[in-house]
Design a protein around this ligand. Structure first.
Ligand SMILES: Cc1cc2nc3c(=O)[nH]c(=O)nc-3n(C[C@H](O)[C@H](O)[C@H](O)COP(=O)(O)O)c2cc1C
Length: 342
């Protein structure tokens, strides 16, 4: 199904640059382009070098948001905007006015135009996160020759994804860095399974090839996920600090800084649960509303100003729970460290 047992995670927001994706491909991993947040034109530009390289690669897209916000969430969003004002003022940043129009192409993440691009100029693999692409879209992509992956975080999501006709699943554990892919209410009370237990449970429930993602920081964990039934592992945090990664220097430095001692799932930066190093911003905004992408758009200028000011305490320092195992240096060396053992 995949050219390599190691997949370089698509990391939107600047980490996955074309240079990074090509370097992961040269190192023997399956490269994934990050389509999230990009317009179709920007995505086309991002894909051009990968297309010319002539090998297998994938493109990841975010599902567009659900229905308009309910009134209670819209009110909570207004309150959150007010809460952000003093911090924005300190950083010299503005906070956009609410509400965002549903016609704002950023709210739909340029969904229709990016799908159109991928149907007119197909790519070998397309993966989706933040929900399921409708079966008709999956079939359209398959008709033009793409294999389609859905991101899931539980057995229930895996079963729902299988119904849409996808070719494979990315099974993401909540230890993963960045956004959590979940789209159904999570099972409660049974205790959190490990990545190995999650893969084994999904393996028992569906027949599709599985990619294991989340908290995989060393070859031993990768091997255990493959033994449990995955055909590949998807690495994100393990590659963040590498030379070719487009992550901000401040983010890379924070991942290596012993002052950060834990990660948490937080909605503070984007309104969707995402795992990040716990900094002042995460601590101060524990009750951010469940409103993606509105919160992402509200905090964007503030985060950009924090980056300009060299202030990691107001930045989204995405990190999976295995962040302390991440290394700097060429991405090829990090990937070889996994491939040599698998
Ligand atoms: C900085 C960063 C950005 C990410 N962006 C995306 C993305 O655009 N699309 C996606 O499907 N997953 C994204 N992820 C999640 C990864 O695909 C993957 O599930 C996760 O990194 C695996 O866990 P790990 O970080 O512990 O390796 C991102 C992760 C990080 C750390």
């Amino acid at each position: 199904m995949f050219a390599s047992p190691v997949i370089a995670a698509p990391m939107a927001g600047g980490t996955t640059t074309a240079t990074f994706a090509l370097a992961t491909q040269r190192a023997g991993a399956l490269a994934f382009a990050a389509g999230g947040y990009k317009s179709a034109a920007a995505l086309a530009e991002h894909l051009a070098p990968l297309r010319s390289a002539g090998t297998d690669f994938g493109v990841n897209l975010f599902l567009p948001p659900r229905e308009p916000l309910d009134p209670g969430t819209a009110d909570a969003l207004e309150r959150y905007r007010s809460e952000l004002l003093p911090e924005a003022a300190r950083l010299g940043a503005s906070v956009p006015d609410l509400p965002f129009s549903s016609d704002d192409p950023r709210v739909q993440d340029y969904w229709a135009e990016k799908l159109d691009l991928l149907l007119k100029d197909p790519v070998p693999l397309v993966s989706f996160t933040f929900g399921l692409a409708p079966a008709a879209i999956v079939a359209d992509l398959q008709r033009v020759g793409s294999r389609v992956l859905a991101s899931v975080t539980s057995v229930a999501e895996a079963l729902a994804a299988e119904e849409t006709g996808v070719d494979a699943l990315v099974v993401q554990h909540s230890n993963a860095g960045g956004h959590c892919a979940s789209f159904l209410p999570q099972p409660r009370g049974a205790g959190e399974p490990s990545i190995v237990e999650l893969i084994a449970a999904v393996r028992a429930a569906v027949g599709l090839p599985l990619v294991a993602a989340g908290g995989i920081g060393d070859a031993a964990t990768a091997k255990a996920a493959l033994t449990a039934g995955a055909v590949a592992v998807q690495l994100g945090t393990a590659l963040l600090r590498t030379d070719e990664s487009g992550a901000r220097a401040l983010h890379k430095a924070a991942l290596a800084d012993p002052k950060y001692t834990t990660t948490a799932l937080t909605r503070a930066f984007t309104g969707r649960p995402a795992r990040a190093l716990v900094n002042d911003f995460v601590r101060s905004h524990a009750n951010a509303p469940d409103a993606y992408p509105e919160v992402h758009l509200l905090t964007g200028p503030l985060r950009a100003a924090a980056a300009d000011a060299g202030d990691p305490e107001a930045l989204n320092l995405w990190a999976g729970t295995a962040w302390q195992k991440s290394q700097d240096g060429p991405v090829g060396t990090v990937i070889a460290g996994f491939l040599d053992e698998l």
